[in-house]
Design a protein around this ligand. Structure first.
Ligand code: SAH
Length: 379
């Protein structure tokens, strides 16, 4: 018999709440909040709009470049609204520069990672919502180390703004210079840091200078399936895409692969997903890591096909990225092809995700702060 890992009693774990949050940053606040903050330090409120335009509109954060601000006040203004949240520790590139991973140190020493992926028609960043993760999925590198803390709204937003600046510098050859898509598929469980993630989505999608001006439809929130939070997200009046990390169509296996399934079963989580699709009109993305001889049997493809047929859903199969020390491996290609064939035969739209960033440990499920720490120590 398999022994099941413990699941956290409260997804917003008490330890994560107690951990120290970083200094306040303009991306934590709406424009009115930024203006109020400047008023508190005796600066004119209109400076909030100027600084927000630099940060969100021009992707500029260096006070020396903010020539529309009085030189004497620049440091004070940026010190108040733009404290440094992310210190780049390393940047790695692969796929001819089209995939770039950034490792950041936060104010308390925590390490998180983000990935920039350039395609012909778009630029996507994959961002982290927590330092570590408390969901304990046994095939995921981040899940092994546990949760350190929630990220603040601005720590989440700043990853995207920073990498938008990298894209704008033109280093991603053959891709548009403008960031268009954001996926919450980095470290952490976004719906366990609910209010900050929703505020981050609002900042990322508000037009400049309030925010970064991305389309809500180009934002994807990926979750292990925290049912009450999915239902709450459905009521936010946001049209972001929901990705559900299903990984197994049956409770027996899902209890092991995604331990939170011990609390919310496959039927319940799919029910919440269909309600989300109905309320938002958005197709739900069903994430399924293909793990050799674990979840890739033809009967599981058929069962998955029956669960999803006729629903507003798309299956995204992810060849497993084996994590160090794991006993699991990716499914062989013929097995993967048969899985795809059976899902499509059931009328379910299915694609296999490309495996960007493998060489730099920047691929799905490979983002782990502990890795960064180790690499850094030996650098
Ligand atoms: N906590 C969220 C988002 C982070 S992970 C979630 O679980 O959805 C983003 C996706 O990568 C999830 O579908 C996750 O299950 C998947 N993933 C994690 N580890 C992986 C691995 N080793 N190989 C392939 N996919 C993995």
């Amino acid at each position: 018999m398999t022994s099941l890992p413990m699941i956290p009693v409260d997804p917003d774990a008490a330890a994560a709440r107690r951990a120290s949050l970083p200094p306040r940053h303009l991306a934590d606040l709406d424009l009115a909040g930024r203006q109020a903050l400047l008023a508190e330090i005796g600066e004119p409120a209109f400076r909030a709009r100027q600084i927000s335009t630099h940060y969100f509109g021009r992707l500029v954060r260096d006070p020396a470049l903010m020539t529309d601000l009085p030189a004497a006040a620049r440091e004070r203004l940026t010190g108040t609204l733009l404290p440094r949240l992310l210190t780049p520790v390393r940047e790695l590139a692969c796929d001819d520069g089209a995939t770039r991973k950034a490792l950041w140190r936060l104010h308390d020493g925590s390490l998180v990672e983000s990935v920039l992926m350039g395609y012909q028609d778009r630029v996507t960043v994959c961002i982290s919502s927590q330092a570590g993760c408390g969901m304990a999925c046994p095939f995921c590198a981040t899940g092994q180390a546990g949760l350190t803390r929630n990220l603040s709204t601005a720590e989440i937003v700043d990853q995207a703004v920073y990498l938008a600046g990298v894209a704008a510098s033109g280093v991603v050859a053959g891709s548009p210079a403008r960031l268009s898509h954001v996926v919450f598929m980095g470290m952490g469980e976004p719906l366990a840091n609910y209010s900050r993630v929703v505020a981050a989505i609002r900042r990322l999608t508000a037009p400049a200078p309030e925010g970064l001006g991305l389309s809500q439809r180009h934002i994807t929130v990926s979750t292990v399936g925290l049912v009450p939070a999915i239902r709450r997200l459905a009521s936010e009046d946001l049209s972001v895409t929901l990705a559900l990390s299903l990984h197994a169509p049956d409770d027996e296996l899902r209890d092991e692969l995604v331990p939170v399934n011990q609390r919310w079963k496959v039927a319940e989580v799919l029910d919440a997903a269909w309600d989300y699709a109905a309320r938002t009109g958005r197709r739900v993305s069903i994430e399924y890591a293909m793990i050799r001889d674990v979840n890739d049997q033809p009967w599981r493809a058929d069962l998955l096909g029956r669960l999803l047929a006729g629903r507003l859903a798309h299956v995204n199969l992810i060849p497993l990225n084996p994590t160090p020390g794991s006993r699991w491996d990716a499914s062989p290609k013929p097995v993967e092809r048969e899985f795809v064939r059976r899902l499509r035969a059931a009328g379910v739209s299915t694609t296999v995700r490309d495996t960007r960033g493998r060489e730099i440990d920047g691929a799905c499920g490979q983002l782990a702060a502990a890795e960064g720490e180790k690499d850094e120590a030996t650098a």
